[in-house]
Design a protein around this ligand. Structure first.
Ligand SMILES: Cc1cc2nc3c(=O)[nH]c(=O)nc-3n(C[C@H](O)[C@H](O)[C@H](O)COP(=O)(O)OP(=O)(O)OC[C@H]3O[C@@H](n4cnc5c(N)ncnc54)[C@H](O)[C@@H]3O)c2cc1C
Ligand code: SF4
Length: 229
């Protein structure tokens, strides 16, 4: 998120990508995937589903700003499950020169003089511990619910899952309904998802709310008719 603000025209740097340590323009950027996610030892053992794609987008953006930027994505698995996603990643490699490196980084150290960073990683393809010098490291961190979400759930009486996402009353048959009638859920409060899925769910939740209002007003109208008033 911090990187997205740095490269965004409406962000702090007006869209000019500078590293914060010494203001230098990064020419070699490492993106480390699955940070704090997909780790059964952590409280976020799930896949966040969006970071493989947004890291590719972020690397493309760096290249679009300066086409001498080298972008290396350190990944565990590439989750490109949506329509056109796999093609997007292939385009990242072919047209934007992104290097996808299957590896497990364990440590990042800084050279105090140059401010450059060293990514120390286990190369899971060819084996062995290696290091790479880069100008900037971007972490794709776990997608987690915001602090205080448990208080909100308790106030509303809505059930949560083990990871503090709101739980649907039935994932298959009623994915926008909660344990409380009249309260509907959509988007990233239910699980990590991209904007397209969040918007689709939002439409579904709005439709469920409209149905509830219609049923309620229908009942009131028939009650009025029944009472002869
Ligand atoms: C770094 C990064 C890059 C991404 N890039 C892409 C991309 O390129 N394309 C894409 O499709 N998706 C991308 N995503 C995913 C995208 O951000 C989500 O799909 C999207 O934001 C989900 O929308 P939402 O409205 O469900 O949730 P959010 O955007 O998270 O909105 C929830 C809102 O609720 C507010 N809120 C939280 N708690 C409370 C409370 N207790 N009371 C009141 N308000 C509260 C929050 O402040 C927030 O404004 C990216 C995600 C990250 C982290
Ligand atoms: S979407 Fe990609 S980077 Fe994110 S947790 Fe899943 S595999 Fe890791």
């Amino acid at each position: 998120m911090e990187y997205e603000r740095l490269i965004n025209a409406s962000g702090l740097t007006g869209g000019h990508l500078h590293r914060r340590s010494d203001d230098a323009r990064p020419k070699r950027i490492a993106y480390i995937q699955c940070v704090g996610a997909r780790d059964v030892r952590s409280s976020h053992p799930y896949c966040c589903s969006v970071c493989c794609m947004y890291a590719t987008k972020d690397a493309m953006l760096a290249y679009m700003h300066h086409d001498d930027t080298e972008n290396i994505i350190f990944y565990t698995d590439l989750k490109a499950f949506g329509r056109g996603f796999d093609e997007y990643i292939k385009r990242g490699a072919a047209e934007y020169g992104i290097t996808y490196l299957r590896a497990r980084p364990g440590e990042v150290t800084e050279d105090p003089e140059t401010k450059n960073l060293y990514v120390w990683y286990d190369d899971t393809e060819s084996g062995g511990v290696k290091s790479m010098e880069v100008d900037m490291v971007v972490l794709s961190t776990a997608f987690v619910p915001p602090p205080g979400i448990r208080n909100l759930a308790e106030t509303l009486g809505v059930h949560m899952d083990d990871y503090e996402f709101f739980k649907a009353s039935d994932d298959l048959l009623a994915p926008m309904d909660t344990s409380v009638p009249g309260i509907y859920i959509a988007g990233a409060c239910t699980r990590p998802m991209d904007v397209t899925d969040a918007v689709t769910q939002g439409g579904g939740a709005a439709d469920r709310a409209a149905q509830a209002v219609k049923e309620f007003t229908g009942k009131k109208t028939s009650a009025k008719a029944g009472s002869g008033r």
